[in-house]
Design a binder for this molecule. Structure first.
Ligand SMILES: Cc1cn([C@H]2C[C@H](O)[C@@H](COP(=O)(O)OP(=O)(O)OP(=O)(O)O)O2)c(=O)[nH]c1=O
Length: 203
C-alpha cells in the first residue's frame, strides 16, 4: 500500500551498488537510482560506526544537492555505506587482487563485524535520519589455494572485505549473527524504521 501523497519520485537511492538496488525494491515503493560518486576517504580517528554513518550521510547529501538543482526538494534520498572490521582494523573494497588475498587470509577462520550505515534525508523539511547496524560473520578456515580460486571468480573486487555473502562468497561463511541484509549492504528493516520517521509506511 502506497501512501496517498507519495509520488513516483519520492525515494531516491544514492548508490551504484546493484545489491542495494535489488534490496531497496523489497520495500515495494517506486525508487529512482542516482549514484553519488563521493570521495570515500575518512579521517583516521573515525570509529567504524562513524565511518559508515558519516559516509552514508555524505552520499545522501551529495545526491540531495544534485536534486535541488532540478527543483526536487521533496524526495527522500537514501545513502548507505558498508565496511568490514576485524579486530578494529577497517577493510573497505580491495584495491587489487593481492589486496583481496591479504584481506581474505586475515578473515579466514575468524569472526569479523560488518557495519552498514544508512541515511535518509529530505530537503523540504530538513529532516535526516542516520543509523547503523552490525552483523557478526564467522568465516571458514581457507587454504591459500581456496582463496586464490575464489579471487579468480572476480567476485571480491567491488565488495568490502573482498567477499560477497550473497554469491559464491556464501561458501566461505560458516555462520552469521544479526541481519543478513546488513552484510549485503542495505539493512532493509532498519531502513523501514527510518522511513516511518518520514511518514512512509511499508509492510
Ligand atoms: C561484506 C559484503 C559487502 N558487499 C558490498 C556492499 C557494497 O556494495 C560494497 C561496499 O562498498 P560501499 O562503498 O559501501 O558501496 P559501493 O561503492 O558498492 O556503492 P555506493 O557507494 O554507490 O552505494 O560491498 C556485498 O555485496 N556483500 C558482502 O557480503
Amino acid at each position: 500500500m502506497v501512501n496517498a501523497d507519495f509520488d513516483s519520485h519520492t525515494l531516491v537511492l544514492a548508490s551504484a551498488s546493484p545489491r542495494r538496488q535489488e534490496l531497496i525494491a523489497l520495500l515495494g515503493l517506486p525508487v529512482r537510482i542516482i549514484p553519488s560518486n563521493v570521495d570515500e576517504n575518512t579521517p583516521d580517528d573515525w570509529s567504524p560506526a562513524g565511518i559508515v554513518e558519516g559516509l552514508s550521510l555524505r552520499k545522501a547529501l551529495a545526491v540531495q544537492a544534485e536534486l535541488e538543482l532540478t527543483g526536487d526538494r521533496s524526495s527522500i534520498v537514501v545513502g548507505s555505506d558498508t565496511i568490514v572490521v576485524l579486530n578494529s582494523k577497517v577493510m573497505g573494497k580491495p584495491t587489487d587482487e593481492q589486496d583481496a588475498f591479504r584481506m581474505l587470509r586475515e578473515l579466514a577462520g575468524r569472526t569479523h563485524q560488518v557495519y552498514t550505515g544508512v541515511t535518509c534525508a529530505r530537503l523540504s523539511d530538513g529532516r535526516t535520519s542516520t543509523a547503523h547496524r552490525i552483523t557478526e560473520v564467522t568465516m571458514r578456515n581457507l587454504s591459500d589455494e581456496q582463496i586464490s580460486r575464489y579471487i579468480a571468480t572476480g567476485e571480491p573486487m567491488d565488495k568490502a572485505g573482498a567477499y560477497g555473502i550473497q554469491e559464491v562468497g556464501s561458501l566461505l561463511v560458516d555462520s552469521i549473527e544479526g541481519c543478513y541484509f546488513n552484510v549485503v549492504g542495505l539493512p532493509v528493516s532498519l531502513l523501514a524504521v527510518q522511513l516511518e520517521q518520514f511518514g512512509i509506511t511499508v509492510p
